[in-house]
Design a protein around this ligand. Structure first.
Ligand code: NAG
Ligand code: NAG
Length: 429
């Protein structure tokens, strides 16, 4: 949960600072009358993301246009009486949190921002002054985060970079002196010398500082890595449920395989042991795209053991059989899940990909047939691997989806918040 909260916080901070443009704007009024509790933020976010096409600034009641009467100085230009509009078109496009590389990317788009106001621009020979009308279209804001851990074991923001891109910049300055007209004519230069520093300047450092303060506040009694991965918690829960619902060992009824020349192999009393050694192995990442959170987790088990009674029948041969034990060195699974941004809907397991490690087969029978079967299976491990996989895959899929269906994230967060409130109340009577 931490990663997501942090990034949302980021988005807020960016948006608030971007629209604030360092002028004295009555930001307090944006917070609304009720206190801005975590519960209220949660409810407003749920509300926001249950819209069909969420846009605008969530939680805050930002007027359109924002009125900023005070004077703002950017480079040599002073602007005042500003009316800033267009932020209601703001959209959270994309978030990528990679817990392998410890990086995060947030992308926000705004179709159009318009600034109307008065300006004054002193020059070498003359001063330009009058009304200003600045329009920027198709704005893309990218926020790149590099996370790290400090010496105290706390998660910190190591680097933060904001990049602004836009499609078109339309500058309407009334009463422009010749020397300034030149700069305004070169819109790209104007953007990079005046607008970009105005918006980005200072924000990066300020945001890094604010984020680190928040992180320290939040995590000071939960050193890394305990609090970092809610995914580990979920995997542990699946493991416990597998154990408690008697899935270790799991039993499979029977499996018939038809080989060539009318030979068929029958497997009975199949059991698989070791699924409860489930743990996280590789990447854990999360992307927020199209109003849903896509999560990738790679988990695995240690050694798995499977046993089965086998028999082979062929048209011209008497049936023979025995018992086989199979050991699988390891099992690794890539799980891709999706959580709708409206967290009242449960997560969906999108894909599950299973890789088996080396197989070793032992046959515990007395005949030469057992020896032959052992040899054959060891020579054809991939055939066998697939049989095992076909059995395990849907079981795991079902177990996970069942976990997911029972997961009410909205409620879990509310409960956690209530618990924290209670703990805080107990701590300071
Ligand atoms: C996360 O980082 C790893 C290592 O660079 C990379 O292989 C992986 O593709 C990244 N995942 C995402 C979702 O960006
Ligand atoms: C400001 O400029 C834009 C783009 O040129 C134009 O569409 C809009 O009407 C102008 N607004 C005012 C108040 O002049």
């Amino acid at each position: 949960m931490t990663g997501r909260t942090t990034l949302f916080l980021c988005v807020f901070a960016t948006v608030a600072t971007l629209t604030g443009v360092r002028a004295a704007i009555d930001v307090k009024a944006w917070l609304g009358e009720e206190p801005l509790t975590p519960e209220r933020i949660l409810e407003e976010m749920v509300e926001y993301f249950s819209q069909r096409d969420p846009h605008g600034i969530p939680v805050l009641k930002v007027p359109e246009p924002i009125e900023a009467p005070d004077r703002v100085t950017a480079s040599q230009i002073t602007l005042w009486d500003l009316k800033i509009s267009g932020h209601s078109g703001l959209r959270l496009e994309y978030i990528n949190v990679n817990l392998t590389t410890f990086t995060g990317v947030v992308r926000i788009s705004v179709p159009k921002i318009n600034v109307l106001g008065q300006y004054e621009w002193p020059g070498w020979w003359s001063t330009s002054a009058g009304s200003a009308n600045i329009t920027v279209t198709d704005i893309q804001v990218a926020l790149n985060l590099q996370l790290g851990i400090n010496t105290k074991g706390l998660l910190i923001v190591d680097g933060l970079q904001i990049t602004l891109n836009y499609e078109d910049l339309i500058l309407g300055f009334e009463g422009l002196a010749g020397e300034h007209a030149l700069l305004v004519g070169a819109a790209d230069t104007f953007f990079s010398t005046i607008i970009q520093p105005l918006i980005v300047g200072g924000i990066q450092d300020k945001l890094t500082k604010v984020l680190n303060e928040r992180l320290e506040q939040r995590l000071k009694d939960k050193p890394f890595p305990n609090s970092i991965s809610p995914v580990d918690y979920l995997v542990a829960k699946v493991r416990r449920d597998l154990r408690e619902s008697g899935k270790d060992p799991i039993f499979v009824e029977r499996k018939d395989v038809n080989l060539a020349w009318g030979v068929s192999v029958q497997l009975k009393n199949i059991n698989i042991k070791g699924l409860t050694t489930l743990h996280r192995t590789h990447e854990v990442s999360a992307q927020f795209i199209d109003n849903a959170l896509f999560v990738t987790i790679q988990i695995g088990t240690q050694q798995l053991k499977a046993g089965a009674d086998w028999s082979i029948s062929a048209s011209l041969m008497p049936a023979v059989g025995g018992h086989l034990d199979v050991e699988v060195e390891s099992l690794s699974v890539t799980v891709m899940a999706k959580q709708p941004a409206d967290i009242r809907s449960p997560p969906v397991l999108r894909e599950i990909d299973i890789q088996l490690g080396n197989l070793a087969v032992r046959s515990v029978g007395e005949s030469t047939m057992d020896y032959l079967v052992e040899l054959m299976v060891n020579l054809l491990p991939n055939t066998f691997r697939n049989i095992i996989m076909d059995k395990i895959e849907p079981k795991i899929h079902q177990a996970i989806q069942k976990q997911f269906n029972g997961l009410d994230i909205h409620r879990i967060i509310l409960t956690k918040l209530a618990e924290r409130r209670q703990a805080e109340a107990n701590a300071s009577p």
